[in-house]
Design a protein around this ligand. Structure first.
Ligand SMILES: *Cc1c(COP(=O)(O)O)cnc(C)c1O
Length: 309
């Protein structure tokens, strides 16, 4: 991102385009689903059930994957039924998913009820936990780290820091495990979207260790390799503030690159702020891992287009 690097007067910034992973506008869940759905198929599943927020990128990618594999799909979305379908919600419908709104009930409880009703109907349902952040799903990001290191070797570049948006822990867990296994010595900094630092760091360590056991990783995961910054929680999950709005506009206008309102907009806002404070030095080379989510933009048109005050 040459123009953005110059504009910020800071480190050399690069981007890894996981907003281009292929499943109906892409995103990081496609890499996790590649492994999670391998498990679903191995178990003979014919119907996928998963859950998330009304603008869940994970749910939209699951709906797309179900279509590609010829499986049924039910999405349990938090909150009251919405009458207008924008962003990911529109795509969920186009992709043929059944949508169940959980209202003010616990989404996990509702998802288990859907499981039961599908079983009763003679189906073989498979429940994918939030964000496909399981030990199996995280393996997609172990492989992604290997892919990055191969690309770095091919182009003879290296990164001091990888920065990403982190929420249900699977992406960062896979990257940390991949870094340990394949020898990435730099810093992997997760910008927390919706959790306190200790809580998210413990979940990442737990998942990375479970995934490591699953694939027989030789080296243990050290606590110090897991780093989360939770200083940018703003108004809460999916609340677009000045930080996100500014970051999205800055990157769009400098690079012609779209970020999403919930995750990458916030992570980029954090990166810009950390560069401004000198917490990320101008001699560093930084990789921004774009985890997708651009399909949600239109659902946030009000906070994103509010004129400057
Ligand atoms: C889910 C998601 C994340 C967070 O990834 P986790 O593996 O849940 O930590 C980041 N960015 C986007 C766009 C997402 O949809």
């Amino acid at each position: 991102m040459r123009r953005l690097s110059k504009q910020l007067g800071g480190p050399e910034l690069w981007v890894k385009r996981d907003d281009q992973t292929g499943l109906a506008t892409g995103g990081n869940k496609s890499r996790k689903l590649e492994y999670q759905l391998g498990d679903a198929l191995a178990q003979g599943a014919d119907h996928l059930i998963t859950l998330g927020g009304p603008q869940s990128n994970h749910c939209r990618q699951t709906a797309a994957a179900a279509a590609r594999l010829g499986l049924g799909c039910t999405l349990v979305l938090g909150g009251p039924p919405l009458t207008t379908s924008l962003g990911n919600l529109l795509l969920d419908d186009l992709l043929g998913a059944e949508i169940v709104f959980a209202g003010n009930r616990d989404r996990d409880v509702v998802a288990h009820e859907v499981m039961k009703s599908k079983l009763t109907a003679g189906k073989k349902p498979y429940l994918i936990p939030l964000g496909a952040s399981t030990a199996v799903g995280s393996i997609g990001y172990v492989k992604a780290m290997k892919e990055l290191l191969d690309q770095c070797a091919e182009h003879e570049i290296g990164f001091d820091t990888i920065l990403l948006a982190s929420s249900s822990a699977g992406t960062q867990a896979g990257l940390v495990l991949g870094a340990t296994m394949h020898g990435f010595g730099g810093r992997i900094l997760g910008i927390s979207i919706d959790a306190e630092r200790n809580d998210l760091e413990s979940r990442i360590i737990g998942l990375a260790r479970d995934a490591g056991q699953l694939i027989g990783a030789a080296k243990p995961i050290s606590r110090t390799s897991v780093e989360v910054n939770a200083d940018y929680l703003g108004g809460g999950y999916a609340v677009v503030g000045q930080l996100e709005r500014q970051a999205i506009r800055t990157v769009a206008r400098a690079e012609g690159l779209l970020l999403d309102p919930v995750y990458t907009g916030r992570a980029m806002g954090a990166l810009i702020d950390l560069i401004g404070k000198g917490a990320i030095g101008s001699e560093e080379r930084v990789l921004f891992w774009h985890t997708g989510g651009v399909a949600a933009l239109s659902a946030f048109s009000a906070p994103l287009s509010t004129p400057e005050t």
